[in-house]
Design a protein around this ligand. Structure first.
Ligand code: SF4
Ligand code: SF4
Ligand code: SF4
Length: 248
């Protein structure tokens, strides 16, 4: 039986997720036992007009992206959004609270008209149907391999549906709310082993929301600790576009 053909594509991103995949060592060889990589700009010059699985990195942030995204969708049986940029808009979403014209003038003061951007940077699901996501910024490569294996076997990608708080508590961390900080752990999808809160940070939501996040409970936590809800909204806006809050 022939192996499924997998193609990687990049849109607006830092390409850190693709680099993480290239840094895979034994796992990449394992993966190549079950898939054929037919296009991957960072690693090979060959391109392919046919592929079974399209792995897309980067957000949808230019009008011209739409045509390319639709072509990929028409060609691939399975479309995977890889990394926070493709999944929820990612750090590109930071610009969404500002006017496009103002931003262009700030970043490219001499020739803002040379640069093409949409009003907002969006997850790719705002343009095409997405079948699976690999969350994170950057993605966890072991999770990436696990998800691709499941997709090849026709199984559910198998992402956790519980929040980061579960992993954080299992790691016996002191909750950062006790220290007067704000954390998105109660509503963000686990799977990173609460890496930020276990290393002195807070969760800023790079893995997107869990299905049916309990936002009222998040409000109760903010009230309990006397914190302004705006801090949560600002944290959510860091990585997630409005559309992304529907993408789980
Ligand atoms: S999700 Fe993060 S690491 Fe991946 S491409 Fe976007 S900014 Fe880079
Ligand atoms: S620090 Fe964050 S992730 Fe950990 S228990 Fe508190 S709210 Fe949850
Ligand atoms: S703790 Fe939060 S911000 Fe950190 S990796 Fe996990 S989901 Fe992302």
């Amino acid at each position: 039986m022939s192996k499924p053909k997998v193609a990687f594509f990049d849109f607006t991103s830092c390409e850190g997720c693709q680099l993480s995949i290239l840094n895979l060592e034994t796992e990449l060889l394992e993966l190549l036992d079950i898939i054929d990589i037919v296009e991957f700009r960072e690693a090979m010059s060959e391109k392919s007009d046919t592929y079974d699985i399209a792995v897309i990195e980067g957000s949808y942030s230019r009008d011209s992206d739409l045509k390319r995204l639709r072509k990929i969708r028409e060609t691939a049986g399975v479309v995977v959004a890889m990394g926070a940029c493709a999944h929820i808009g990612g750090l590109n979403a930071l610009r969404n609270s500002q006017q496009r014209e103002d931003l262009l003038k700030k970043v490219y003061p001499d020739h803002p008209e040379w640069y093409e951007t949409n009003e907002k940077a969006l997850p790719i699901s705002a343009a095409i149907k997405v079948d699976a996501v690999v969350p994170g910024c950057p993605v966890d490569v072991k999770e990436f391999v696990h998800i691709v294996k499941n997709l090849v076997l026709g199984k559910d990608p198998g992402l956790p549906t519980y929040p980061v708080c579960v992993e954080c508590k299992l790691n016996e961390n002191i909750c950062v709310y006790e220290l007067g900080k704000t954390c998105l752990g109660p509503v963000v999808r686990a799977g990173c082993n609460a890496v930020c809160t276990s290393n002195g940070g807070v969760c800023i939501g790079c893995r997107g929301l869990i299905p049916n996040p309990n936002l009222n409970s998040q409000k109760d936590i903010m009230q309990k600790y006397g914190l302004d809800m705006q801090r949560i909204i600002d944290s959510v806006n860091l990585f997630m576009t409005e559309n992304a809050r529907e993408v789980q």
